[in-house]
Design a protein around this ligand. Sequence first.
Ligand code: IPE
Ligand code: IPE
Ligand code: MG
Length: 258
Amino acid sequence: MIGVKIMFKGLWNNSKKTRVPSNINMNSIPKHIAIIMDGNGRWAAERMLPRNMGHRAGVEALRDVIRTASNIGVKYLTLYAFSTENWKRPDSEISMLMKLLIEYLRKEVEELHYNSVKIQTIGDIEQLPNEVVKEIDRATTKTRLNNGLHVNIALNYGGRSEILNVIKQIGREIRDGKIQVNEINEELVETLLYTANIPDPELLIRTSGEIRLSNFLLWQCAYSEFWFTDIYWPDFKGEHLLEAISDYQNRQRRFGGI
Ligand code: IPE
Ligand code: IPE
Ligand code: MG
């Protein structure tokens, strides 16, 4: 009996099953959901706590959201964790964010792996501190063959910088005679984005009441449905994800048609 218990320990589907409200249509769960996890600082300020405590609480919030996404069959979850603009923050806050990321990966990878989660990143990872790069390598290598939820962490990510990289790459290929100008098309660009092989997000969520993209997935969100909430990221739970999905399912996506 004990053996059985241990075997299922940590297996989300068996331990804490997600209660799916009846207004959610399980046949049209978005394949890819992107989240701008915002409001850690304000969450902390409201409690007279230092910003770093808000970031710590923000990391805690990941657990419920990832488990819910996995249990209802979302295939890709892209999480905006650090933008190319976030380098403007004080050094002490940046190093705390990096420390929390390392801590998170060290602590959570086993359980994520056990639940078939595949960890990936988008962004200019090589420019991050060595220790972070190493921990990311470890997590992505360990989980690379998993075919459950793909958790895609956007780190040192900027939509404009991503598109600039594509432009440079195409420039080099033209210079080297590998392609002609008239061969440039959307499909080619997509193969050169960080998100090559990942479908565009059907749903983009931003917490904390800000209604902007902040340089996130500029190309990929061309036809995404946006869902904004005033809730600060540390308070965001699986139930809010379900609320966003339910709202998404009631939208009419026309893609320019009628
Ligand atoms: C989001 O929370 C986390 C990161 C950008 C890393 P913020 O730190 O932006 O929180 P607010 O917007 O100041 O409340
Ligand atoms: C966007 O949040 C970046 C992340 C959530 C990682 P910010 O807090 O950095 O964005 P702005 O400054 O409000 O646009
Ligand atoms: Mg913010």
